[in-house]
Design a protein around this ligand. Structure first.
Ligand code: 13P
Length: 354
């Protein structure tokens, strides 16, 4: 007998275009390609500009990103770019709207739709990501502006007695509700439950918390009728906390990450696009490379949606004015894009970094 708790079937969703969602998701994780996360909020991007000595402003954020997006040839490695609300409305130097410029190069524009991680009531040091209010209307507008996928980031901190069940379940529930609304509006949701690297925990604890978080997230997705073949997951890798004395090898990170995902991620998900989360550029590439090099068939594409690991060098190089800085920034970005393209097929090696 049906009850109020019966998950709604996706077929009953309003105007759900499964074919469009599945196609977009597959294109985002096409062989050799991954996502550039350039959706830093205005506050975060301003801090990053300031850190390299650039006075932050809307124009500075536009100019840095427009230069990045004008890089020659990066579309062979980048299938999609996640934008912030400000950026999706800005233009390239020649006046073309940024989402149009990306689409014309075969790159899907994406959009960050959460409104940030806020303090979770009654739970010190824990956050819940907000942004569900008005989300349907914002998604409708973003689709009209050219966006074809979206991102929502939940943050889970490991520490003494945390994460709490309240934190994991509140974030999982919000992720699933976000994903369902995006799909209804034709946007592929990137579901990002990030277990932070900050902390002194070891890799085994990261494995356990990541497992619990993934289970909760996909249970909520099932309850909300999220169409898994039209979604992507953006998880952390299984890695020891930055403050942990016992760091594990790159090989061990790759193995534990794949084991965790194999046990906790539905096999009909088309792709996994890792975040870099504060890893060094080379570690992020090396870990992805090792996972793709393993002698096992993964059910999903293993790809990237890196922010810092694709941009940190490019941003540092851009911190000056004039064509030389623009060109140096593009070269740095182009190199990282190429390295990660190789890591998609396990063909990267350390010597190529020189
Ligand atoms: P990082 O790769 O810098 O962790 O950023 C990815 C991202 O988009 C986090 O939401």
């Amino acid at each position: 007998m049906a009850s109020f708790l019966t998950p709604p079937s996706v077929e009953r969703g309003l105007g759900l275009d499964k074919e469009l969602l599945e196609r977009t998701a597959r294109e985002l994780v096409a062989p050799g390609r991954g996502v550039l996360a350039a959706d830093e909020s205005n506050g975060t991007m301003s801090n990053r500009l300031q850190a390299v000595g650039v006075e932050p402003s809307s124009e500075a954020r536009r100019a840095y990103r427009a230069n990045l997006f004008a890089t020659e040839g990066y579309e062979s490695a980048v299938s999609g770019v996640i934008l912030f609300d400000e950026t999706i409305r800005q233009s390239m130097d020649d006046g073309t709207l940024i989402p149009d410029a990306l689409s014309s190069r075969g790159i899907h524009p994406g959009i960050k739709v959460d409104t940030g991680a806020k303090d979770l009531a009654h739970h010190a040091d824990e956050k819940v990501t907000e942004g569900l209010d008005g989300l349907r209307e914002r998604c409708t507008e973003y689709f009209a502006l050219g966006a074809r996928f979206a991102k929502w980031r939940a943050v889970i901190r490991i520490g003494d007695g945390i994460p709490s069940e309240a934190c994991v379940s509140a974030n999982a529930h919000a992720l699933a509700r976000y994903a369902a609304i995006c799909q209804e509006q034709g946007l592929v949701p990137i579901i990002e439950p990030e277990v932070l690297m900050e902390g002194e925990h070891d890799a085994q604890r990261c494995f356990e918390v990541t497992s619990t978080t993934l289970d909760a997230t996909f249970a909520e997705c099932a309850a909300q009728g999220v169409h898994i073949p039209g979604s992507l997951l953006k998880p952390n890798m299984v890695i020891a906390g930055k403050g942990c004395e016992t760091q594990i090898s790159r090989e061990r990170v790759a193995q534990m990450t794949v084991d965790c995902l194999t046990q906790h991620v539905p096999h009909n998900l088309p792709g996994i696009v890792f975040l870099s989360g504060g890893q060094s550029d080379e570690d992020a590439t090396a870990h992805l490379n090792l996972m793709n090099k393993m002698d096992i068939e993964h059910p999903w594409q293993l790809s990237y949606s890196y922010g810092r690991a694709l941009q940190s060098e490019a941003l540092m190089k851009w911190a000056g004015s004039g064509d030389d800085f623009d060109a140096a920034s593009q070269r740095a970005f182009s190199h990282r894009a190429k390295m990660n393209r190789l890591a998609r097929s396990g063909d990267w090696s350390e010597e190529l970094e020189v």
